[in-house]
Design a binder for this molecule. Structure first.
Ligand code: AMP
Ligand code: MG
Length: 412
């Protein structure tokens, strides 16, 4: 039996980064850059005005200046400023030759269309954005390994990187197993259990930016299972839920091994998620399929996905942030615990002026999916923990849906 950290190291060692591919900038959100992106020009390309006002020679101030011309954004200034002259200028417009500062319209008194009085004196560079202030030609503005956020996409557009090299996403297949399962299309039958795992796992995969394929439901029959697993091995990642335990009809592990997949481990010291199996199929061309035998219980399947599959898939896609963000929270109630296994407790998070508050979302049975549906995070209790009192500090991994909150909670 592996500790969670040991199992995680094995999974990460086996999940090599995939190769790269070219994508269009407008389809690149969430992808990870496979190359450095260099600035293709100085930006701004010339000294520009940061304000609407007057481009001046700072040495002339204070004083009354003659107005040489009007310079709008995008114009090329025609007249170099000589002593006693200035030009009306708009935000973002190029400074004329000779000018070294800008005076805001609010700080100038226009005597006529031809003259302006400025009683201020300023240093050179005042309200000027210097050439190359944002970036200089050849600067690495984004490095390989950067996850493309909307801000980073804006930078790609700035340097005219219309096509970019990003790491490939793993092709992913999902298979449910169990005689008792009915699919979402099947009518409700008295002796059946709805297949929720296929769809919850699909959503978890989609949340990583990957569109998986649902293979369906394999019955607890070694021949049928083998047929489905063979299809699943055409993908980079195969997620199989159910049938990994030690029951006589749990055929997933023996069938996986029969197909030449090297079993790396098949039990982890965690709750929920104990009967997690992991294997790798290595092919002669160097390609591989990672096979995760996830426990059938709906919560176990989802928790194992979060703790092992998500880091593996993010690793394959070139992400350097592999793990769920953790926050510290104070417990709102005591928890009892049997020591021995690392526990992942489904919690809701609220907050007060001192930070986060965590409370369990209900019964922690691994079959009760509602408590997962209501969870903002997973509170992680170390294996040796025997219990905690209300008010104690705990670590909580944030789940999807927690990047936004329902009130502002900052002071202006
Ligand atoms: P197993 O791991 O096959 O022993 O299944 C453990 C429990 O999870 C059983 O109660 C199954 O009915 C349930 N289960 C297995 N697969 C699924 C699934 N795809 N969706 C919902 N529940 C499942
Ligand atoms: Mg089963």
């Amino acid at each position: 039996m592996k500790k969670v950290s040991e199992a995680l190291s094995i999974v990460l060692e086996s999940s090599e980064r995939l190769g790269s591919e070219t994508v269009n900038i407008d389809a690149a959100l969430g992808r990870v850059l496979a190359c450095d992106i260099l600035a293709n020009r100085d930006l701004p390309p010339f000294d520009v005005s940061a304000m609407d006002g007057f481009a001046v020679r700072s040495a002339d101030l204070p004083g009354t200046l003659s107005i040489a011309e009007d310079i709008k954004a995008g114009d090329i200034p025609r007249i170099a400023l000589e002593a006693g002259w200035c030009s009306r200028i708009m935000t973002g417009a190029a400074l004329p030759q000779g000018a070294d500062a800008v005076i805001r319209v609010e700080d100038a008194r226009e005597m006529s269309v031809e003259a302006v009085q400025i009683s201020l004196s300023v240093q050179p560079g005042h309200d000027v954005r210097l050439r190359g202030e944002s970036m200089k030609t050849g600067d690495a503005v984004l490095n390989a390994g950067t996850e493309l956020t909307p801000g980073a996409i804006g930078i790609l557009a700035t340097v005219k990187a219309r096509q970019v090299q990003v790491y490939r996403r793993p092709s992913t297949a999902i298979l449910s197993t169990g005689n008792e399962l009915e699919s979402i299309e099947d009518p409700v039958a008295p002796n059946r259990i709805p297949d929720s795992n296929s769809h919850a796992l699909m959503a978890q995969v989609q949340a990583l930016g990957v569109e998986p394929v649902l293979l369906g439901i394999a019955r607890d029959d070694p021949i049928e299972l083998e047929r489905y697993l063979r299809k699943g091995l055409e993908y980079d990642v195969l997620l199989v839920s159910g049938g990994t335990s030690v029951g006589v009809h749990d055929y997933v592990r023996p069938t996986i091994e029969k197909l030449g997949i090297e079993m790396k481990f098949w039990r982890v010291s965690m709750k929920p998620g104990h009967p997690l199996a992991f294997g790798v199929l290595m092919r002669s061309d160097g390609s591989r399929t990672l096979v995760f035998g996830l426990p059938g219980n709906p919560v176990s399947s989802m928790v194992c996905f979060e703790e092992f599959v998500a880091p593996a898939m993010r690793n394959m896609m070139g992400n350097s942030r592999l793990y769920r963000r953790t926050v510290t929270a104070r417990l709102l109630h005591p928890v009892r615990m049997k020591p021995g296994r690392t526990e992942f407790v489904r919690v809701a998070l609220t907050s007060d002026e001192h930070g986060y508050l965590a409370s369990a979302t209900g019964t922690q049975s691994s079959g009760v999916l509602l408590s997962m549906a209501r969870a903002d995070g997973l509170m992680v209790l170390p294996a040796e923990c025997t219990g905690l009192s209300a008010g104690e500090q705990v670590i909580v991994q944030l789940l999807d849906g927690t990047a936004f909150q329902d009130d502002l909670r900052y002071r202006e």
